[in-house]
Design a protein around this ligand. Structure first.
Ligand code: PXP
Length: 245
């Protein structure tokens, strides 16, 4: 199972001050050095976190499986196609629903009711050799519709499971496991993500058909918790040195 780290919220933190720190590309490289097998980013229509220049640098500077998450719009498909056409190519993309006012992706794509552009977007990215995934609820009808439209993968939305009270989780894991079984039976690669944490990853990672998890927000928070002691100790040391020890 691959861990693809979503680095959107490194950019959220950077954008809070408008400068260049912390750098999503440098943090992505740290994730890869630590054992992540891929990097995911979501270029939103409003550019609230990752920006076009980040996408260009991530693509140019990282040697890993990049997963470009986006809404199926002509603008986004144009950007993804231009990366995919370059000599480096683009390994993967994932189409997600996007609403301007939402805090994060709120639900899976309604593939059954999608307009004609979704099929065109899938075909255009597939023609460039990019593995196309659709972000869907673990619902057999949605998964079957994704396969019919020509997707090669689905990313199962783990948000309901991850946000549920512990006693409600077993039933929701069973739903994810059944969705994974249906998707794999259709020949789709099965990914999963949204809201996963140290507490909730275990049962998802134990579903054998899932070959990739995408995790972002929790890891950025965990990185702060695990990184603060060293960062504060270093700053204290610099202050001490400046004062003559
Ligand atoms: N997968 C998809 C399709 C997403 O939209 C997101 C959030 O951008 C994630 C995974 C990662 O979710 P989180 O940041 O909660 O780990």
């Amino acid at each position: 199972m691959r861990l693809s780290v979503n680095i959107d919220h490194v950019a959220t933190l950077r954008n809070a001050r408008g400068g260049a720190h912390p750098c999503p590309v440098a943090m992505a490289q740290l994730c890869l050095d630590a054992g992540a097998e891929g990097i995911t980013f979501h270029l939103r229509e409003d550019r609230r976190h990752i920006r076009d220049a980040d996408v260009r640098r991530l693509h140019a500077e990282l040697r890993t499986r990049l997963n470009f998450e986006m809404a199926a719009t002509p603008e986004m498909v144009g950007i993804a196609e231009s990366l995919a056409r370059s000599p480096r190519g683009l390994a993967a993309c994932c189409f997600v629903p996007e609403k301007r006012e939402e805090l994060t992706t709120e639900g899976g794509l309604d593939v059954l009711r999608a307009g004609p552009f979704l099929a065109e977007a899938i075909a255009r990215m597939a023609a460039q050799g990019t593995e196309v995934s659709l972000f869907v609820e673990p619902d057999a009808a949605q998964i079957e519709a994704a396969a019919r439209l020509g997707a090669k993968a689905v990313e199962l939305h783990t948000g309901s499971y991850a946000d549920a009270a512990p006693e409600a989780r077993p039933a929701l894991v069973a739903r994810l496991a059944e969705g994974a079984r249906v998707a794999a039976g259709l020949g789709l690669a099965v990914h999963a993500g949204h809201g996963l944490s140290f507490e909730t990853i275990g049962p998802v990672a134990a579903i054998p058909e899932i070959c990739e998890v995408s995790i972002g927000h929790f890891l950025v928070g965990a990185a702060l918790a695990e990184g603060f002691p060293g960062a504060v100790a270093r700053m204290r040391g610099l202050i001490r040195t400046a004062r003559g020890g």
